[in-house]
Design a protein around this ligand. Sequence first.
Ligand code: NAD
Length: 243
Amino acid sequence: EQKFKGKSVLVTAAAQGIGRAIALGFADAGAKVLATDINEAVLKEIDGKNGIRTLKLNVLDDAAVKAAIAAEGPFDILINSAGVVHNGSIMEMKDEDLEFAFDLNVKSMVRTIRAVLPGMLEKGEGAIVNVASVASSIKGVPNRFAYGVTKAAVIGLTKAVAADYVGKNIRVNAICPGTVESPSLQDRMRAQGDYDTARAAFVARQPIGRLGTPEEIADLALHLAGATYTTGQAIAIDGGWTI
Ligand code: NAD
């Protein structure tokens, strides 16, 4: 099905995990996808797949974000997928971790949204999907202070932009995944020393009995990008973690 035929889509953090699955999903659905990431080597793996174009882009760099969007835009759809997980409670966290989490998880989305909005306003339509987490304002998760604070901010940012632009035919929604099979989750499980025990603990959080897949998250991103009566919503997709 070519549901997004002719639409142009920008995806951040598209080299691996959820962002990659979203880029592939839109390309399958006929969209013109610009997949971006700082990890150029891994990003290259999806270059050319169903017409995907790739571009090295660091979402911490405001000038680079502006330049890339000016050169490659306008876009109909923006997917903000960049994010980082820090461990630790409020007492254990380092201040620089919180600063960095705000920069990568929240301000990156401010940068990309500010850069794509003029083009969307000119087109008279646009859809933005931000990847948050259930570890946010939805649920307090132990050992994830900086992550939970910044992902809650993503939900606030989503609703604030949605409220300002709802009359301009621009919709903004957030996806709040539970635990999803991804390269960085693999790293977190390995970092705990005993991989099998760590994996079992991550699986046990989901009453559905397994981790989510990036493709399941991508399905929701495509749905929200095309959900013409939905804006300002934060949708959990978490295998029942927050039932
Ligand atoms: P991941 O963490 O495995 O990959 C992240 C990607 O982001 C990498 O390709 C990396 O190169 C890229 N990246 C890092 N810094 C960047 C920068 N400055 N500019 C551009 N790209 C950069 O992928 P994931 O686990 O699927 O996570 C994607 C998003 O989903 C994140 O926002 C994450 O917080 C969120 N999320 C993940 C899970 C999960 O369990 N995996 C759960 C909830 C939310």
